[in-house]
Design a binder for this molecule. Structure first.
Ligand code: SAM
Length: 263
């Protein structure tokens, strides 16, 4: 029997091919099979040599055409068939990417694996729009949260623990529940005037963002009618966008607070 090949669980970053790691790029040149997610950008897929087999296993919110257990088993089968496999995931495989579930199945089936980190959307989006996640005197820590729970169950956070004004909150997958999240934070003591932002398609040519307040974030994000992935950032650091958000496209748009800005 062929010995199982190593499966590489590779982070593709948030979309901009220049944000791929050199290791991710090298592995993509060597791969025989690339199993990729919906949020991997077309520009990154275009870097894969034409001889490789591409398998899309993309999931949409509430629409998982290939359930996760099947993706896990697909990786096992391909590796045991001696194929050189890259599992390519948006952002970082170990940040809300279910990379660890895939890794656990590989371990259970005796398949070696290696994780290649990618730039998570929190880092990419905050850099792209000019708002740091920490800043001396404003934020001493950051919390990454999922705004979406398993099987759509109710969000069960320690809400009070999330209202520390010196901690920046970064909310992934939060679009469907942003009204509930912001209301709960305010109910539990967060300042309704706390600066907050939503970043859509960060680091891609379709990037847009709004700057708002905790109180108005849900309404402003809805009004922006974003298409594609959205990341929320809540905290005092968002105010630094007024100084650091100086990308030329932002300047040209003569940005005002609560105004959607296109890339
Ligand atoms: C399933 S999670 C995957 C996160 C990914 N593993 C990472 O490290 O960024 C998908 C969520 O990531 C965020 N996201 C991913 N790419 C993004 C982008 N280019 N712009 C804004 N948000 C993004 C959105 O909140 C989206 O709902």
């Amino acid at each position: 029997m062929t010995e199982a090949n190593t499966v590489f669980l590779v982070g593709a970053g948030p979309g901009d091919p220049d944000l791929l790691t050199m290791k991710a790029h090298r592995l993509l040149q060597e791969a025989e099979v690339v199993v990729y997610d919906r949020l991997v950008s077309a520009e990154i897929l275009a870097l894969i040599p034409t001889g490789a087999t591409l398998i899309s296993v993309g999931k949409q919110p509430r629409n998982h055409p290939i359930p996760q257990p099947e993706i896990n088993q697909l990786l096992v089968r391909l590796a045991k068939a001696g194929r050189n496999v890259v599992r390519l995931k948006g952002g970082d495989p170990y940040v809300f990417g279910r990379g660890s579930e895939e890794a656990m199945t590989l371990v259970e089936n005796g398949v070696p694996f290696e994780v290649v980190p990618g730039i998570t959307s929190a880092s990419a989006c905050s850099a792209a729009v000019g708002m740091p996640l920490t800043h001396r005197g404003l934020a001493t820590g950051v919390r990454y949260l999922t705004g979406h729970c398993q099987e759509d169950s109710e969000l069960d956070f320690d809400w009070q623990g999330l209202t520390d004004p010196s901690t920046t909150l970064v909310i992934y997958m939060g679009m469907a529940n942003v009204a509930q999240i912001t209301a709960k934070l305010i109910e539990n003591g967060a300042d309704p005037a706390l600066p907050a932002a939503a970043i859509n398609n960060g680091s891609t040519p379709e990037q847009r963002h709004i700057v708002s307040t905790l109180k108005d974030l849900a309404g402003d994000a809805k009004a922006a009618a974003f298409e594609g992935p959205v990341l929320f950032v809540v905290g005092q650091v968002v105010a630094l966008h007024a100084i650091l958000g100086l990308a030329p496209d932002v300047e040209q748009n003569n940005e005002q607070p609560n105004t959607a800005v296109g890339g």
